[in-house]
Ligand binder design. Structure first.
Ligand SMILES: [Zn+2]
Length: 110
């Protein structure tokens, strides 16, 4: 089998197939299998790294994909909530600065 590593500009023979929980998959050489594993640790996610000498595991079922999609949607909802809170606090901050300016102006004229 003469599959090549799919990472940019890498011409090594692919020795592993990887698949991320969200479905991205491809083939990589020994070296890029290591970097993929390191990236996985940084992300806290587990890619399925399978040696090309070994039969591939079954593709994710529809319900697994649905679960992964739901997790992504949940994270997105969390992010939107944090963004809303940040915007609200920014508004409050502006109002407080205005109130402070008005007090200072009154203080200066009295
Ligand atoms: Zn490579």
């Amino acid at each position: 089998m003469d599959l090549l590593c799919e990472k940019d500009d890498c011409e090594n023979e692919a020795t592993f197939r990887y698949r991320w929980p969200w479905g991205d998959e491809g083939t990589v050489c020994d070296y890029h299998a290591t970097t993929t594993q390191q990236l996985a640790q940084q992300l806290g996610r587990e890619p399925a790294l399978v040696s090309l000498g070994v039969p591939r595991e079954a593709a994710p079922t529809g319900s697994e994909l649905e679960l992964a999609k739901q997790l992504l949607l949940d994270k997105d909802a969390d992010l939107q909530e944090v963004t809303r809170q940040r915007d609200r606090l920014a508004d409050e901050n502006i109002q407080l600065v205005h109130a402070l300016q008005i007090r200072r102006q009154r203080g200066a004229t009295e």
